[in-house]
Design a protein around this ligand. Sequence first.
Ligand code: ADP
Length: 451
Amino acid sequence: MADGASRAGAEPLLSVRDLRKHYPITEGLLSREVGSTKAVDGVSFDVYPGETLGLVGESGCGKSTVAKSIVRLEEPTGGEVRFNGASRGETGAGGGDGPHPNDVTRFDRAELKSFRRDVQMVFQDPTSSFDPRMTVGSSVAEMLLVHGMTDGETRRAIVEDLLERVGLSASDYDRYPHEFSGGQKQRIALARALVLNPELVIADEPVSALDVSVQAKVLSLIDELQSAFGLSLLFISHDMSVIRRICDRVAVMYLGEIVEVGPVADVFADPQHPYTEALLSAVPRPDPRADPDRIELTGTVPDPADPPSGCRFHTRCHRVVQPEGVDVEQSAWRRVLDFRERLRDGDLEVDAGAADRTAASGGPSAAGVRAEFDLPERLGDERAERALEAAIERLVAGDEAAAIERLSEVFRTPCETTVPEWTDHGGGHGSACIRHRSAELSDDLEGIETD
Ligand code: ADP
């Protein structure tokens, strides 16, 4: 973790702009392209010298693909990755005067080789990162050899020194990977990442495979090494508590997009995007009873081949907006929208489920449907209640299409039709949620009325 002042006025070391990685989905013998998985879909952020930027989000939201696209282990589909490292230009690599100087996505082989010396990766699984037949010392020293250091004695001295700096001993040089624990292997992986003196390290879930007690030690080591080596870090994790421990700023990712960015202190104290709120709410507390308002992030991440329209989070959002003139208790609103979604998806076994709850008639009843889908007995809003009642009636009568139609008259949300714009909350904190825009608009209107 760096002190925030180091960023003031500084040029970013890494600038990612509108980065996209779409994986084609093919079908049949001729591999006809029938769609694409939008793993990363227009991501932008900066990493400043000496800072640790966290990239956080649930599994499958595209974090690893961002990392791999930056270093071109995966070729990006579009966008720009600008690297402004100190050695750019010195070697000629990537520092050219062309139309896109420093754009990694356009680097040729030589430029890429030089870039990959300055930017190193550490992966989640420390076991598969090492060749079991090579001593760990040779694995680390190999990096020096590949980049032109031919003197074996110097190589060994550098590696021995680094092994000590990551908390192992020089004599570990000649031992094999299987002789080390997971935490020790991750220390060796850090030594290997640092041996070429890089400017940026991209660590992809570096402590997720380790026991909690070991995690804390490796995180402390990363912190120490960052100060000692003046490193910048892009730190990927699904775990908000790890992010809080190690990062200066955090970018929150959902389904291929960034939904919130800001200094860790601000984002944790005052999250602006409901997705961030939900992730924070999932952080374990010593006493879970102390947090009765825990937000449950229901459902799984939607398929990035077919992301929801408007705000991609609207299918799971606890703050999903109600249209003008509708005023339903918010958690009931969420549940009716879920019910509508399941009806649309044809994912309702209303007969089987609801019938169990109707003793008298033996067939499904309105009350049975409400109980089955966790809908309130009555909604407070008259118009909404009438629409729900009518829809359930149609459903019970076996006419799903009419039920969907009745529900859709009232149970619509602007979140599914409006793509949220980015809102700046000041101090480098921003997020993309339509609630901010409507709040801004109503503030403006109030201003006009009182003037
Ligand atoms: P995260 O790191 O956040 O867990 P990933 O970047 O690994 O997410 O994956 C993002 C999405 O892209 C997922 O839906 C995943 O299945 C998909 N994906 C990742 N790699 C590939 C690939 N090589 N081919 C097709 N789809 C992929």
